[in-house]
Design a protein around this ligand. Structure first.
Ligand SMILES: Nc1ncnc2c1ncn2[C@@H]1O[C@H](COP(=O)(O)OP(=O)(O)O)[C@@H](O)[C@H]1O
Ligand SMILES: N[C@@H](CCC(=O)OP(=O)(O)O)C(=O)O
Length: 380
């Protein structure tokens, strides 16, 4: 950890970033009474338009605020705890939020495109490709995508619940060069910033730099969700996927985008990887589990092989072909996640059988992997 402010030269990655995902939290878009704050939206939009230049940089905005914007129109005094009322508020608020952005970007002649994602869109191959295509096309046409979770249809089980992690996954999806996380606090602190004596963490080079840091939940504004925990988790996911991250307040966004040493800078820790496997590891909710015998665990984990029916010892859950499932060893420890290519109800009769036997008995359609290695991500 470095408590000292880094120099601007440390942030070459920021200066050279061409495609940037900016995530803004509800607390940065609302008034103290809880409604959408048009001035704050305009200030953010001014900053993003300036940073974008004449199209030299591309920006994808991941914006929270739908639930917060829907509260007062529905006569709600605070964010409800139950999912149904949160969804009702999001349904009313998302339209208001987009209307605000549409008007604000229109001051510069820039069109915005709404993109609402669920976690399903992030793990199923066809959905993932489609989400990428839509975002890429919007950018190619000079529009600015505004992404949020599709709160109104997401159930508790499949919900991201926080846009921080969603933003990290969107950054990976669009192959961004930088993720900027904007909140109501100017940086990550080594303890709750409302406690006197805590200091700013200027940069994070890896997990060790966070040892001993007390990372707390949502702030006093009461409209945010995940607090610092989800922001640090999002920064970790992006950094591991080769995307540097700056975490700061919305009021310092211009400084951050100009590579000035504000906020907390998370250096990349991993290499850029293509494909949707990051989504599978971090965003998918497994809909079932396959227990692998010892030989299959070795094949999958050590030799990166596909999972064949012969290596399966047990199946649980109610899933369809294409759904994410967990792969466990016989002790029940998760070893991988993958997209399964059979429905749950088809698997019992395949268990322990060779693909050749299955093909002979059931037809050539059964001569295939239960989880193809291209659809697998290891967890250890
Ligand atoms: N170690 C920490 N460093 C910075 N902020 C922290 C820390 N621990 C807890 N917080 C709180 O997290 C809050 C930001 O989270 P949240 O309210 O969910 O924001 P947003 O709506 O922007 O996503 C800050 O206002 C702060 O009070
Ligand atoms: N999708 C929700 C936002 C959830 C969320 O992560 O909120 P925040 O912690 O303010 O970034 C909404 O638009 O209200």
């Amino acid at each position: 950890m470095s408590g000292a402010a880094g120099s601007a030269a440390d942030r070459d990655d920021v200066t050279s970033a061409r495609r940037i995902v900016v995530k803004v939290g509800s607390s940065s878009l609302t008034t103290s009474a809880g409604g959408l704050d048009a001035d704050r939206v305009d200030a953010l939009v001014d900053t993003l338009v300036t940073s974008r230049g004449n199209g030299a940089k591309e920006i994808v905005l991941v914006s929270s605020g739908a639930i917060a914007a829907g509260l007062s129109p529905l006569g709600l005094r605070r964010r409800p705890r139950d999912l149904a009322r949160q969804q009702a508020a999001a349904s009313v608020g998302q339209g208001l939020l987009m209307a605000r952005y549409t008007a604000s970007f229109a001051r510069y002649g820039i069109r915005v495109g709404q993109v609402l994602l669920t976690s399903d869109d992030t793990s199923r191959r066809a959905h993932y490709r489609n989400a990428y295509r839509t975002l890429d096309q919007l950018l190619a046409m000079g529009a600015l995508p505004v992404v949020n979770e599709n709160d109104t249809v997401a159930t508790d089980e499949i919900r991201f619940g926080d846009n921080d992690r969603l933003a990290a996954l969107v950054a990976h999806l669009v192959r961004a060069d930088l993720l900027l996380l904007l909140s109501d606090v100017d940086a990550l602190y080594d303890g709750d910033p409302s406690t006197p004596g805590t200091s700013r963490i200027a940069e994070v080079r890896g997990a060790k730099d966070l040892d001993g840091v007390s990372i707390g939940s949502a702030g006093k504004a009461g409209v945010g969700t995940g607090g610092m925990v989800t922001k640090v988790e999002a920064a970790r996911i992006a950094a591991a996927a080769g995307i540097p991250v700056v975490l700061t307040s919305a009021s310092r966004a211009a400084d951050a985008l100009a590579a000035r040493p504000v906020g907390t800078y998370f250096h990349r820790t991993g290499r850029r990887s293509a494909g949707r496997l990051l989504w599978l590891a971090h965003a998918s909710t497994p809909l079932g589990a396959l227990t692998l015998d010892d030989g299959a665990v070795r094949a999958v984990v050590e030799r990166h092989s596909s999972l064949l029916p012969a290596g399966i010892a047990a199946v649980e859950g109610d899933f369809s072909a294409g759904d994410p499932v967990e792969l466990r060893d016989t002790a029940g420890t998760p070893v991988a996640r993958g997209l399964v290519s059979f429905d749950a109800k088809e698997i019992p009769r395949l268990i322990g059988r060779s693909t050749r036997d299955l093909a002979r008995e059931l037809g050539p359609a059964y001569e295939r992997e239960v989880v193809h290695r291209d659809d697998l991500v290891l967890l250890r």
